[in-house]
Design a protein around this ligand. Structure first.
Ligand code: GLU
Length: 492
């Protein structure tokens, strides 16, 4: 039985890269009459949120990539949320310790830092030096009894070459000397990704792992763990990573990366899936427009391309246009349009903000366009008002963007409170602070009230408008961003 999974970490907006991995995993499973699972990898407790998990679930459902087993629908191999599986990882960590494949490590952060600095100075690979690997059981017990903190690390052979097979890339050879004695269980008792992923993929009977190429370097560690447990390793398929047009790893600073952004901008899920499919794969007949069913029918991993796929919004938009024009009839078009934003729920959010300013319905045209137009038509001149200082405007927009990217409740009062507090921390008059924000969000001299508008626009479009405004103001260089980041941190 072919079983594949997508295993996102719920640490932010639902990323198009997650949809990309899910799409390929889904097609592979469905083509083989197999099953596709969703597993939530939330062992990073500081960064994981329930909100992000829900957003991932909603956007994958929106795309139509439905799973056979997962945290929301259950299944026989659950739970499917790693934070609910801690006893399972503990049991397997114990097994590794008993069989001498892992050891307790008491090294302090200072010692590790010093060790790495020395290794760097000597031109060596940064890697744990094995100091604690030789501790006797009695020494471990004594140190633990004395209250010393410890982690569990895996053992790695000191010499030889590890050969990992990847279905797309063939044999990948890495010397064991290059492989770190990875921490498997942290001091707080939580497993790291490496232990959890191996244990879960095995217990969930995953046959094929399709994931991003950034995990290739971890594969030897995983292969060792499979060997230590005496388990068969699933087949590995490492997909090329999605890129910005400048070939760097796809990042929200250069390209919108959140699936919900594309949903809110009015893209069709079919077109987004089609585009993601096209980025890594091609139809045998070369057709550019294809459906999920077409992809499943024709799927063949040998047609996956290993080149660096550039996520190009212009191309996605073109493809979406083809779907709108060539696939939807007028009825379908109308149905999708009202599903998107011209619906009663949305109107009920908008009406309270515009009702007081309307004498006849036709007054509504311009006001409604503000809520549906995606990115407003802005130029640098729009930011040129009396007393405007570009540097200050950039700071206001960037800081507000960071605030809105954080864990903020998307309600009018929370947004108001957060932004007003930010203005105070920046020692700015609220009017001066809000002006560039107002222009960025509305693009117009008059618009409905700012905070309520942000709520109706939603986080994706609101943040998108801020990013768009920053680009209109000339963009923020990496260096500048770093500087702003430290300043922002001193404020919050
Ligand atoms: N949690 C990992 C991620 O979000 C999963 C990697 C994998 O598929 O093994 O990238």
């Amino acid at each position: 039985m072919v079983r594949t999974r997508v295993a996102p970490s719920p640490t932010g907006d639902p990323h198009v890269g997650t949809a990309y991995m899910a799409l390929f995993s889904y097609c592979y499973a469905k083509q083989h009459g197999g099953q596709f699972l969703l597993r939530i990898e939330d062992t990073d407790t500081a960064r994981s949120t329930a909100k992000s998990e829900q957003a991932i679930i909603d956007s994958l459902h929106w795309l139509g990539l439905d799973w056979d087993e997962g945290p929301d629908c259950g299944g026989s191999k659950g739970p499917y949320r790693q934070s609910e599986r801690l006893p399972v990882y503990q049991e397997y960590a114990e097994q590794l310790l008993e069989n001498d494949h892992a050891f307790h490590c008491f090294c302090t952060a200072e010692r590790l830092q010093q060790m790495r600095a020395e290794q760097k100075q000597n031109g060596q690979t940064a890697r744990y030096d094995g100091l604690c690997a030789g501790l006797s059981a009695q020494q471990v017990t004594e140190r633990k009894a004395a209250g010393a903190e410890s982690v569990i690390r895996m053992k790695v052979p000191s010499e030889g070459v590890c050969i990992v097979e990847d279905a797309l890339r063939g044999s990948i050879e890495i010397e064991y000397a290059q492989i770190d004695m990875q921490v498997l269980v942290k001091a707080d008792g939580f497993p790291t990704y490496h232990l959890a992923v191996v244990v879960d993929d095995h217990l969930m009977e995953i046959s094929h792992i399709i994931r991003g190429e950034e995990w290739i370097n971890s594969a030897p560690k995983h292969q060792l763990l499979y060997g230590y447990f005496g388990w068969q390793m699933p087949e590995l398929i490492h997909m090329p990573l999605l890129r910005n047009p400048d070939k760097s790893k796809l990042s929200k600073r250069k390209n919108p990366t959140s699936i919900s952004f594309y949903k809110d901008m009015g893209y069709l899920p079919e077109a987004l899936l089609n585009y993601l499919g096209m980025l890594g794969w091609s139809m045998p007949g070369g057709e550019e427009r294809f459906s999920l069913d077409d992809m499943i029918d024709q799927f063949d991993i040998s047609r996956i391309s290993l080149g660096a796929p550039v996520f190009d919004v212009t191309k996605l938009k073109w493809l979406n246009g083809r779907w709108l024009r060539e696939v939807l009839d007028e009825d379908g078009f109308a149905a999708r349009l009202s599903e998107w934003v011209y619906n009663r729920d949305k109107l009920m959010q908008i009406i309270p903000l515009v009702k007081e300013r309307v004498d006849v319905f036709s007054d509504l045209g311009k006001m409604i366009s503000f809520f549906v137009e995606g990115m407003p038509d802005l130029g640098p001149d729009d930011f040129d008002y009396k007393g405007a200082v570009t540097e200050q405007q950039v700071k206001v927009l960037q800081f507000s963007l960071w605030l809105m990217e954080g864990d903020i409740d998307w309600h009018s009062s929370a947004l108001q409170q957060g932004l007003v507090a930010l203005a105070e921390a920046m020692d700015m008059k609220i009017r001066d602070f809000l002006k560039p924000l107002f222009i960025a969000v509305s693009g117009k001299p008059v618009s409905p009230p700012l905070f309520d508008s942000l709520v109706v626009l939603g986080p994706e479009i609101s943040r998108g408008r801020l990013r768009h405004a920053l680009a209109v103001l000339g963009g923020v260089s990496k260096k500048k961003l770093k500087k702003l980041d430290s300043e922002f941190k001193t404020l919050s």
